[in-house]
Design a binder for this molecule. Structure first.
Ligand code: DC
Length: 218
């Protein structure tokens, strides 16, 4: 089992960018756990699985899934779906399906396997609380709703999506609520996590702060 730095927080807090850069600076692998949830949601959408389907149907669909995250890209049954998973539709369904026990149990194994031979920077919603409770450093990144909605809007615009600022804010608020209120492994701050508020701060400032903390205590 390698060393793990776990970073959780709501969508738009800046976790992915910072986690990826942090992994590069530490020489650790980067694990975007949200990408795994998105890939599973994409598989369900491709196979006609709907949120109202029961756990048996979800479990059956998961039998034909091989999902991996490698070199910053996510592969679904060997196919690189890194671009396809970034739509608002897949984002929405990944949040909806991530509340399901079968999906979480399936991805728990995939995530833990990723750390078996590697040092990792893992980011998501429950990496510090559930997936890697023994992580050597834990962070909880957050930012104001307005700032997170602004970032989400800019990101989707850049990808050529048809969105409004109000739509981006609605999406962020709805996702926060669903991810925090679900019964299994909800988004929450681990008791031993350090809070990093990224509102009005640059990526570099946040990265340097986290790096200093990680390096201060090997
Ligand atoms: O980080 P993201 O927006 O790509 O994540 C997509 C969804 O996946 C998120 O809304 C909830 C779910 N997720 C989760 O439940 N647990 C994680 N560790 C990561 C993501």
């Amino acid at each position: 089992m390698g060393k793990v730095v776990a970073i959780d927080g709501p969508s738009g807090a800046g976790k992915s960018t910072v986690a990826k850069m942090l992994a590069g600076r530490l020489g650790f692998l980067y694990l975007d756990t949200g990408a795994l949830y998105r890939a599973v949601a994409l598989h369900f959408l491709h196979n006609g699985i709907r949120p109202e389907d029961d756990d048996r149907a979800l479990a059956a669909a998961l039998q034909s899934v091989d999902v991996r995250f490698r070199d910053g890209r996510v592969f679904l049954n060997g196919i690189d779906v890194s671009g396809e998973i970034r739509t608002t539709e897949v984002g929405h369904f990944s949040s909806v399906f991530s509340a399901r026990k079968t999906v979480r149990a399936f991805l728990l194994e995939v995530q833990r396997r990723a750390s078996s031979d590697n040092d990792l920077v893992a980011e998501g919603r429950d990496t510090a609380t559930v997936v890697f409770p023994e992580a050597c450093k834990k962070f909880y990144m957050e930012a104001s709703v307005v700032e997170r909605a602004r970032r989400r809007y800019a990101q989707l615009k850049e990808q050529g999506m048809d969105v409004t600022e109000e739509g981006a804010e609605r999406d962020v608020v709805e996702r926060d609520r669903r991810d925090s209120e679900r019964e299994i492994a909800p988004l929450m701050k681990s008791g031993d996590a350090i809070i990093i508020d990224t509102t009005n701060r640059t990526i570099e400032q946040v990265l340097e702060e986290i790096l200093a903390i990680v390096r201060s205590d090997p």
